[in-house]
Design a protein around this ligand. Sequence first.
Ligand code: ADP
Ligand code: MG
Length: 343
Amino acid sequence: MAKLILNHLCKDFGTGGGAAVNALSLDVREGGFLALLGPSGCGKTTVLRMIAGFEQPTDGSIHLGERLLADAANMLPPERRNMAMVFQSYALWPHMNVADNVGYPLKVRGISGERYREKVREALATVRLADYAERRPADLSGGQRQRVALARCLVTSPDVVLLDEPLANLDRHLKKEMEETFREFHQRSGATMIYVTHDQSEAMALATDVAVMSEGRLLQVAPPAEIYARPEGRMVGSLVGQGAILSLILPDGRPRLIDWSALKKIWNEQEGASEHADILVRPEDVIADAQGISCRVVSVLYEGERYAIRLSLPDGQMLRAYSREVVKAGDVYPVAIRSAWRL
Ligand code: ADP
Ligand code: MG
């Protein structure tokens, strides 16, 4: 196993719409769990297919450690990359039982006997399906079928596991359960995983690192907590987490993390100002404060343990906040913003 290195990776399908993937450079460390996050059509699947060997880059390169997997002139076929790809539809063979489904890639490679049985047993244990070896796919739940598909990809001990929106078709409850399974699968297998999703909460919950893409380009790659607290730019700020982006005039040299006293001053004065900036305010940083900025409640969403509210600031810009107290649309609601992040 080794680090997966994407260098200036490009894919232009030549359809005239511009490059699907544009100069994307990214290292995925060995044993890492990277989520590739971005809106539909931004090029995520194309990146994954290039890594797997189903598409050839039009520029740039892909290395696994020292080994060149692909560039515009070279192309190692998929079966020689020791990777496994899990798709949205997990395509199990209905006429085979669970053990035979899982063992199929070993058969193809000519592995049999005790070694075969041992590997199938191990793979099934990793996804906690040791007792289901004899069942048919039709007798399993959706989540169990997904786990069989995972075991089947694990059985050949791939260096890299590629997952393309594997939970997109599942209901919310099963999604949560499968997120647990993926995390556990990653810890137990030690495989390097790349997980494509357009769902930011999935990316944040699962991955050790999140790479945010937009229109073929990589915008930022960082651990989830850092992407959340310190997003680079408006696009990342709006894609990751809840929050409001406000436009303010900031004095020169303002730090990126802005505290309340500074913010209040900016709000009240807005003079001596020279720099127009977008700031991101997370709802958990907006707190009720009688001495604060006078806002009005625009809408309220009851979430069980709290109310998610939208507020309008005196200048008409919108803010999001959480309240444990009952509030209703039209209420006056003065707030303090504990901190904000300059995008
Ligand atoms: P995502 O997975 O993020 O939704 P894709 O990688 O599937 O995005 O697609 C990125 C862009 O590349 C889209 O504009 C899509 O239409 C285009 N594209 C993808 N595959 C092909 C193809 N085989 N031929 C032409 N264009 C393609
Ligand atoms: Mg896709």
